[in-house]
Ligand binder design. Structure first.
Ligand code: TYD
Length: 137
């Protein structure tokens, strides 16, 4: 996690099955994404102007998907920053361990769907930016 950079956080194109009655995206462990999914969660009913995130993870890999609407992910590896706009349900942003992230600019009705490589573990979080920076330097 120490060496991971924002350039290791890539957009992954997910499969889209199109029909005249709408689209469908299915995500299969290890083939459509590079890890086994242990947990799925989603952010919704996000008030205008709210920011989420504000932390980094020690071991967790995640894929963020704008299942509805749009939002920005601001990624920071302690040296470089990258802002990624997510606004399509068939694109996911892979975030590797050791990346500070803020989520902002949520559109009305946005849903941020997260596929995670581990079950919830409060000990996996860095919630203090100074401590995160110490570990990355
Ligand atoms: P947090 O990860 O800080 O949310 P975000 O990054 O979207 O701002 O989690 C918010 C709260 O929800 C915190 O009290 C921990 C809890 N939580 C769980 O209980 N299980 C989970 O899988 C997640 C992601 C959070």
């Amino acid at each position: 996690m120490k060496q991971n950079s924002v350039y290791d956080c890539q957009i992954i194109k997910l499969p889209k099955i199109h029909s005249d009655a709408g689209n469908l995206t299915a995500v299969n462990n290890s083939s459509d994404i590079p890890f086994d999914i242990q947990r799925v969660y989603y952010l919704y009913d996000i008030p205008s102007g709210a920011e989420r995130g504000g932390h980094a993870h020690r071991n967790l890999h995640q894929i963020l998907i704008a299942a509805s609407g749009a939002f920005n992910a601001v990624l920071d590896d302690g040296e470089n920053k990258k802002i990624v706009t997510l606004n399509r349900p068939d694109y996911g942003l892979m975030i590797v361990p050791g990346i500070w992230r803020e989520l902002n600019e949520f559109s009305s009705g946005a849903i941020c769907l997260v596929l995670a490589s581990e079950k919830y573990d409060a000990e996996d979080y860095f919630r203090d930016y100074e401590i995160f920076m110490d570990v990355k330097s």
